[in-house]
Design a protein around this ligand. Structure first.
Ligand SMILES: CC(C)(COP(=O)(O)OP(=O)(O)OC[C@H]1O[C@@H](n2cnc3c(N)ncnc32)[C@H](O)[C@@H]1OP(=O)(O)O)[C@@H](O)C(=O)NCCC(=O)NCCS
Length: 215
């Protein structure tokens, strides 16, 4: 699954991360995440800024335990799915060459985290989106999405949710919902642009509920 319209990605040398947002998503490849991605998921979460982690977990979580991490990469199909955004093989190869040529060159997805740099470029998770059954209604699934900080506002979240929504419909859900902090302007704008309605959560006014029918 490629990031844009399921067209095969053939990024030119200029379509590397760090180029324009359009070129950035052309260098992405979206695929399902599973147990083999445990190490990458650990590095991804550890690399999120406190602000992003708080926004993703609605303030509820610190460092996940090993069991929680395993659960995050072990969805139960078909009612759960996790999609990850990775560099395409072409883009990852360019990153690897760049890193090999100059260990001091700035990472196009800069991270002070040595664990991230130790992962092969093709295995570094750039963003994750997931759905799972909602609590009270078999027709409703809950989604969540997060993008590594240096890659935010470059179309990754949009690419992930655009790929996730039809998968949720195919899994039999009629509605996809999520929650975010009421001041999460990025998530709210992204959700609205994808056809979600956005309203205050009746049970917690610090939160917004995002809801979209799955036709
Ligand atoms: C919210 C989040 C997932 C958005 O992903 P992203 O890759 O940064 O978003 P995109 O680049 O795909 O943005 C798509 C559109 O959303 C809106 N948007 C995204 N970030 C925005 C921001 N900070 N301010 C205003 N609008 C924003 C814009 O309309 C943008 O389109 P544009 O850049 O063409 O104007 C990402 O910022 C993130 O991971 N945040 C931390 C975790 C989180 O908040 N998760 C949501 C709760 S589950």
């Amino acid at each position: 699954m490629s990031a844009a319209n399921d067209e095969p990605s053939d990024p030119s040398p200029t379509s590397m991360p760090g180029a324009s947002p359009r070129e950035f998503v052309d260098g992405l490849h979206i695929r399902e995440i599973g147990p083999d991605d445990l190490a990458a998921e650990r590095v991804f979460i550890a690399g999120l800024s406190p602000t992003s982690l708080r926004a993703r977990t609605l303030g509820g979580a610190g460092e996940p335990t090993d069991d929680q991490l395993r659960r995050l990469v072990t969805p139960t199909p078909p009612r759960e799915m996790v999609l990850g955004a990775f560099l395409t093989p072409h883009a990852a190869a360019e990153v690897a060459v760049r890193e090999a040529l100059d260990a001091h060159a700035p990472d196009p997805l800069p991270s002070p985290d040595p664990a991230r740099a130790a992962l092969p470029a093709s295995e570094r998770i750039i963003g994750v989106a997931r759905f799972a059954p909602g609590e009270n209604d078999d027709d409703v699934c809950e989604f969540a999405v997060a993008v590594t900080d240096p890659a935010q506002r470059r179309g990754v979240g949009r690419s992930l949710l655009t790929a996730l929504i039809p998968q949720a419909a195919a899994a039999g859900y009629r509605v996809i919902e999520g929650q975010c902090f009421a001041d999460n302007q990025g998530m709210i704008a992204l959700a609205k642009s994808l056809g979600f309605t956005v309203g205050t959560d009746p049970q917690d006014h610090t939160l917004f509920r995002l809801s979209r029918p799955l036709a």
